[in-house]
Write a protein that binds this ligand. Structure first.
Ligand code: NAD
Length: 397
């Protein structure tokens, strides 16, 4: 009762003080979003050097925005940041967003510790990409105040925020967070607490199927990338993108999603990517990944074969559509939120359900059934909802 009463009072107006735990890539970005939205933000990190680095980079970013004329109140925005070396500074916060290392035990400890210093009404959110929000909430005495708020990188530029109520979360919190994220200029979607939430689940074939096509020798790396950009219309091909994300990050998400889905073959990681990780070829940041970024290297040329490109693009798109349809079938999110997540979170050229409607569910089903009949692998099984939509010749949107 106390919690909901105070939550109503907060309704998270600009007076609410927001705490951020972890001043790394995500924590800094989220702190910037919070301060620019008009809140006082308290940033804490266990590592003093990380906190100093965040302070320097946030100050530089805000000043740069002012120089470019994007903001006129840099001093005011800068005055909203407090950098704290102790979690005691969170005492007056209305909402804490945790963005520390992706480790369940460490996150659980931090949630238990922070709960000891905040008020009974304080909402506790985690920015986890792949852990169970329910498990994190279980570390708290008032588990109903815990929720997932999954921002995308870089947080100030990416509009999408996945809101993930845990099993224990007070239902009213979902709406409070939705209103707050909208006030911060974000595009919130609501998703079930299942592995990968929306984006990191539905996008899996974009990476996994690319590597599979490459491993089978159907096409080489630049040809697959070209098919996905020039034919399918994605901003980056899967190999360019995973080199950019870093194979340490991308492979670990794939492996975590695979394990969390009780080893569903649809999400199986690949040896090619694991070997890159083992070699320390993490992508652009190490100068080598699927491509070699060393000075003087000429990148390999793609094969410009339209029929092959179309075949690759259609296989990918069918796999991605199937993931979105299955997520809808299992009530992971609404059709509208699935579309919003994939367009705003990973900049897909269009929503996957819309893509299915444009193709017709029957075309998508026939590609998947063709793959399934060839391979006899569960990885290519079509969603029952796709089958039903095709049989009824129905549209999703
Ligand atoms: N990087 C991304 O693209 C991305 C996107 C969405 C979500 N996430 C999630 O956000 C979280 C943070 O990721 P990141 O990329 O910002 O990591 P990061 O390594 O850049 O930053 C993590 C920060 O947390 C601090 N930290 C570690 N343990 C701590 C503790 N016990 N108490 C206080 N501070 C502690 C570290 O000193 C570091 O500064 C993870 O859960 C990650 O899965 C990351």
């Amino acid at each position: 009762m106390l919690i909901s009463g105070l939550r109503k009072k907060q309704s998270m107006n600009k007076e609410a003080i927001i705490g951020v735990i972890g001043a790394g890539a995500m924590g800094s970005g989220i702190a910037q979003v919070v301060a620019m939205a008009g809140h006082t933000v308290v940033v804490f990190d266990a590592n003093a050097a990380a906190l100093d680095k965040a302070k320097a980079s946030l100050t530089a970013t805000i000043n740069k925005l002012a120089e470019k004329g994007k903001i006129t109140n840099a001093d005011e925005v800068l005055s909203r940041f407090t950098y704290a070396a102790d979690m005691a500074a969170f005492a007056d916060c209305g909402l804490i967003i945790e963005a520390i290392i992706e480790n369940l035990d460490i996150k659980k400890k931090v949630f238990a510790d922070v709960e000891a210093v905040v008020s009974a009404s304080c909402i506790l959110a985690t920015n986890t990409s792949s852990l169970s929000v329910t498990s994190i909430a279980a570390a708290c005495k008032k588990a109903d105040r815990v929720i997932g708020l999954h921002f995308f990188n870089p947080a100030p530029l990416m509009a999408l925020v996945e809101i993930i109520p845990a099993v224990q979360t007070d239902a009213a919190l979902v709406d409070t967070c939705k209103v707050l994220m909208t006030a911060w200029g974000k595009a919130p979607v609501i998703t079930k607490d299942t592995p990968g939430f929306i984006v990191n689940r539905v996008a899996r074939p974009f990476y996994g199927e690319a590597i599979r096509i490459y491993e089978e020798g159907i096409a080489d790396i630049p040809t697959i990338d070209l098919a996905m950009t020039e034919i399918a219309g994605f901003r980056m091909g899967p190999f360019t993108l995973t080199d950019y994300i870093g194979h340490d990050v991308n492979y670990i998400v794939t492996e975590t999603v695979f394990q969390s889905f009780f080893y569903d073959p649809r999400y199986k990681p690949s040896f090619s990517q694991k070997r890159l990780l083992e070699a320390g070829w993490l992508g652009r940041k190490t100068g080598r990944g699927f491509y070699n970024y060393a000075d003087g290297i000429t990148q390999p040329e793609p094969t410009k074969d339209v029929a092959l490109g179309n075949k690759i693009a259609e296989r990918f798109i069918a796999m991605l559509i199937n993931e979105a349809v299955e997520a809808l079938h299992l009530n992971i999110a609404s059709a509208q939120d699935l579309e919003l997540a994939m367009t705003k979170g990973v900049n897909y050229p269009k929503g996957l359900l819309q893509w299915c409607d444009e193709w017709g569910a029957a075309k998508c089903l026939s590609i998947l059934d063709g793959l399934y009949n060839n391979y006899h692998e569960d990885r290519y099984r079509a969603s029952i909802l796709l089958r039903k939509m095709a049989a009824a010749n129905k549209q999703f949107i």
